[in-house]
Design a binder for this molecule. Structure first.
Ligand code: GYE
Length: 316
């Protein structure tokens, strides 16, 4: 049942952003590798419920093949639209073609794909390159020309945030020869891997030879902070720590001086996505290919304890 045409007839009379309860949307989520992703799942379910949408949720356990089979099942069920957070950037053309052939609009959440953009309606993401640049610029300013050997915890290999956040950071430190990335490895966006990989960096380099950690997300940084502590060093002091997401535990680490900076990523990608979808289903209004979400930098200068209190109940 593709509801689009039948909806058009009935929806015209409804408020443009009101989506009737008849609408069924499939949501293929990557999993729950980080606090941020758990919050995104919570917020997406809340946003759908608030609009009376029947949301079919599929947890892919970090596997692309699970996301592809979830999308194939959504298409077979004849859902009205699909939301997907694509675990990696490549390998989506075929399944997106199938959704297009079935006239089912697809919206990307928080990550992008290397497919032709006529295969999806829009992508709701932050500027991932910019996030890396802000992290790099923070370290440039913090070090003010001093020599600094950096280790990097990358996100999931092949994912757009890992690719773009690395690119942005390298762009920001380019030309600052005092700053050098000496080790770089994936921690898969998880706390446990962040700790394990940071332990290997500390062992290989010697903690006294590491000046700063750049982590592609806070969860890896929180894991790494534990490793730094266990190595007898002071995180945030002996080793500067900058990351991305601004999850509650990162605000706690900022408040107690164990972390130095994080760039906030809103977990509410679904709100703008469902608003764009409502206009598309109601009036055929085609949204821009990219709907950018806001990012902001948090440092020790912010009232992180207060922000922690606000965020701790948001499903992180
Ligand atoms: O930063 C991280 C999650 O896709 C941008 O995915 C997102 C990232 C986020 O694992 O915590």
């Amino acid at each position: 049942m593709n509801i689009k045409s039948t909806l058009l007839a009935s929806v015209v009379a409804l408020a443009p952003f009101a989506v009737s309860a008849e609408v069924t949307i499939g949501f293929s989520q990557i999993g729950s590798e980080s606090g941020w992703r758990a919050a995104e799942t919570t917020v997406t379910k809340q946003q759908a419920e608030a609009r009376g949408i029947n949301l079919k949720f599929a947890d892919a356990q970090q596997k692309q093949e699970n996301q592809i089979s979830a999308l194939r099942s959504f298409i077979a069920q004849g859902v009205d639209a699909i939301l997907i957070a694509p675990v990696v950037a490549t390998g989506w053309d075929e399944i997106l073609e199938e959704a297009k052939d079935a006239d089912i609009p697809v919206i990307l959440l928080d990550r992008t794909v290397d497919a032709s953009d006529d295969l999806y309606l829009t992508a709701v993401t932050s500027d991932l390159v910019h996030e890396g640049m802000v992290a790099g610029q923070w370290l440039v300013d913090d070090q003010a020309g001093a020599d600094c050997r950096i280790v990097e915890l990358q996100g999931t290999t092949g994912s757009s945030p890992a690719i773009d956040r690395k690119k942005g950071f390298e762009q920001a430190i380019a030309g600052h020869d005092n700053l050098e990335i000496v080790r770089s490895q994936t921690g898969d966006f998880t706390r446990s891997q962040g700790k394990v990989v940071m332990e290997s960096f500390l062992k290989a380099e010697g903690g006294e030879n590491i000046c700063a950690l750049y982590a592609h997300n806070d969860d890896m940084a929180v894991g790494a902070i534990q490793a730094v502590r266990e190595a007898g060093l002071k995180p945030g002091v002996d080793i500067k720590i900058v990351a991305i997401d601004a999850v509650p535990d990162a605000h706690l680490a900022l408040a107690n001086g164990e972390m130095n900076a994080t760039i906030e990523l809103t977990p509410n990608m679904a709100g703008p996505a469902l608003d764009a979808l409502a206009s598309y289903l109601a009036y055929g209004t085609v949204p821009p290919k990219w709907i950018q979400t806001e990012s902001r930098l948090y440092t020790a200068a912010d009232d992180n304890q207060a922000v922690y209190e606000i965020k701790k109940g948001l499903g992180y």
